[in-house]
Every structure is written in C-alpha cells, then in structure tokens.
Design a protein around this ligand. Structure first.
Ligand code: MRU
Length: 377
C-alpha cells in the first residue's frame, strides 16, 4: 500500500492488491469476480476504482446479493457470474439432506434474482445454477458443494469464451485506424474477463489494427471515466474520456468512425436495453451515419421478451445523481436539498437504430427479430 498524489495533487491511497486467486478465469491481471477455493466469493470493489484496487470477500448469499445491488460488481455478464458464485457459496453453507439443500438453493436463487432487475444474465445464470442444484441434490455434502462450485466456474469460463468469440467476430467490423466511441463499461470488469464492446476493441488491437477509443464518462455513475479508462489504459489501448454531452460534437467533427456498446438485455425484436444514454448516442450515430454495434453474449438475449417495452428498467437511488461520491466514502452535494431527482439506470434503443448485434453465435445484421431468430437456430 502506498500513498500517492492524484492528478489534482490530492493525496490518494492506492492499494495495488495482488490478484488473490491462484487460478483466475478472468485472464487479466485483475478479476471482477472469482470463486476462491472453499467457495468464498472474491470481488474487485469497482466502487473504489480507479483510485483504490481492493478485493472484498463474501461467504453469505445475502452479502453477495447486497454486493451486486451496491455495484461492488456490475455489468450484465459479471452480475450473472457473481450470482452463480453466490449459489456455490450458498451450497457450501447448506449441510442438510437433498430436500433442505434444494430449499436453501431456492431461497438463494430468489434473493440473488431480486438484486438487480434489468440485466437478464442474472436470471440466465440462476436458471443454470438452479438446474445444477437439482441435478446434484442427492449427492453427499462434499461432492455436492464441489459440483456447484464446478458448475459456477464453468459458467464463468463459458462467458469469457463467448466474449473472446464475439470479440473476434466484431473485430472484423472495425476498420484499421478507427476511432471507436463507447459508453459505460462493457469490458473485463463487466463480464468476468475480456469484455464485449471492449472485447471487440481488444480483438481488433490483437489483430494488428490501430484503434483509438473515446469513452463517454457515463453520468451519473461514471463507469466510462472510472472503469473503461482504467481497463484500456492498463492494456495500453489509447483512450480519451469525454463528457456524455460532447458526443454530438465529436461525431459532427467526423472524429468517431464506429460506436460500440454492450447490452443488459436484448429483446426478441432486437431492441436493446443498455446504460442510460445509449439511446441518445444511437440517435446521434444514426444522424451522422456512424455504425452502432451492440456486443453481447447470447446470455444477454431474451427471446422470451418480445420488445424493449417489456424490459424492466432499474431506478437507482437519488444520491447517485445528487451527490458526488468520494473514494474515502464522503460525498459532495450537487443538487439543492428538497429538489427531486430522476435516476433510471438504463434506456432502450429501438432495433432500427442498431446496425448489428455481435454475439458469439454470429452477427445479427441488421438487428431484427429475423436476424436474431436465425442465430437462435
Ligand atoms: O449499471 P451497470 O454498470 O451494471 O451497467 C452496465 C452496462 O450498462 C453495460 O453496458 C452492460 O451491462 C453490458 S456489460 C458487458
């Protein structure tokens, strides 16, 4: 742990904690979430980035759910992986017979499912882990807990593999020399490794393309400024941060060639729910004839949801908008007392504004019910 000065000369505490896992699936020098031997869940506390790198440990399902709610871990696929690890931790605490194990798993599933509503990856991961619980319920405690841990780590591995696959497919869509605009954080921190939108950028770079990134800061939670810039600069990928309100200016100046974003849920017709502000960027991209690609693993596609109107939009606390949080836990007031604040965390971009949806199964282009149905098989 060392003291250092931030760019504003303010002393900041930097803890560059070493990666705590002996065999991380994340594949980076850091991991958003992993399962430690013994089924402790470890998360890099994303609320403290980019100033402090600190891992937090969880053994109780309720605490994993709270960590998801509080954004210790965030990003649709990473939330799903964290919930899967929460189920594995829950299995470790359930010592009874098959019936009581299944009852404990049912409660764990419901607790985790209620933590955040928009990202469908959460429900997808819990469906998969509840199926694993049913399949292994009759085993003894030790093999049953091991089977649940194995199932969760396999889910994590599958999600990272999906990112790598869609990254390679998406990289083909990125011209050499492109400046790519992205929003929020759809990187390794949001997916458990490699990333979706940032996975495409990483794959383009690995393919030898010269790419530069403009990251929208992403008010109010600043995932772009704090997290995307942190990840890309660690990988030595050229990144500049802009205020969200500057995107139109840079598009009008022809300083953006492609926009690539992630997704929290894609409806059957290709409508896309993603971080608040994505819809505005999609309108701007269309107005400036800039392609907008949505990068998402198949776990984000919700074929049961007909259109974007059916996607629940999370409303987060007023404080996220009306206070500026400081890394030491303090806050600066930004809005006068008594003035109400609205804080929907996501918006829906209609399919007709999305050039293509890049998944590990292939590229749905244009984004539509037909192109997605073809990939669904
Ligand atoms: O509120 P967050 O930070 O969880 O929102 C994250 C996003 O909107 C991401 O763009 C989305 O989850 C895709 S992550 C690959």
């Amino acid at each position: 742990m060392t003291d250092s000065k931030s760019r504003f000369g303010v002393p900041t505490l930097r803890t560059g904690q070493a990666h705590p896992h002996p065999d991380p699936i994340g594949g980076q020098a850091y991991s958003a979430v992993e399962l430690m031997p013994g089924s402790r869940v470890v998360m890099l506390d994303q609320r403290k980035l980019p100033v402090v790198e600190r891992y937090e440990y969880y053994t109780r399902v309720d605490d994993v759910a709270q960590a998801i709610r509080d954004m210790v871990v965030r990003g649709a696929p990473a939330i799903g992986i964290a919930a899967a690890y929460g189920m594995a931790a829950g299995a470790m605490a359930a010592r009874g017979d098959a019936a009581s194990f299944l009852e404990a798993m049912k409660i764990a599933d419901a607790t985790l499912r209620a933590s955040r509503p928009t990202a469908v990856n959460l429900a997808w991961a819990l469906d998969r882990m509840s199926a694993a619980a049913a399949a292994h319920a009759s085993l003894d405690f030790a093999p049953r807990s091991e089977a649940m841990a194995r199932a969760a780590r396999e889910l994590h591995r599958d999600e990272v593999a999906a990112c790598r696959k869609l990254g390679a497919l998406g990289a083909a869509l990125v011209p050499d020399g492109a400046t790519i605009l992205t929003h929020c954080n759809a990187g390794a921190l949001a997916t458990g490794g490699y990333g979706t939108a940032l996975g495409i950028i990483r794959a383009a770079k690995e393919a030898g393309k010269d790419v530069r990134v403009i990251a929208c800061e992403t008010r109010p939670y600043l995932q772009g400024a704090r997290l995307t810039a942190w990840e890309l600069s660690k990988d030595r990928i050229h990144v500049e941060v802009i205020a969200d309100s500057m995107a139109a200016h840079f598009m009008a100046k022809r300083a953006v060639n492609v926009a690539i974003v992630g997704a929290d849920r894609v409806a059957r017709n290709g409508d896309v729910a993603n971080k608040i502000g994505t819809y505005a960027l999609a309108c701007l991209a269309a107005a400036h004839e800039i392609p907008l690609y949505v990068a998402a693993p198949w776990s984000t596609i919700d074929l049961a949801c007909a259109t974007g109107e059916g996607i629940p939009i999370e409303e987060r606390s007023e404080e996220e908008l009306s206070r500026f949080r400081l890394p030491d836990g303090g806050a600066v007031q930004l809005v006068p007392d008594g003035v109400p604040v609205r804080n929907p965390s996501f918006d829906v971009t209609p399919a007709n504004l999305v050039t293509a949806i890049v998944t590990e199964r292939g590229v749905a282009s244009p984004a539509s019910a037909e192109s997605l149905a073809k990939l669904a098989g």
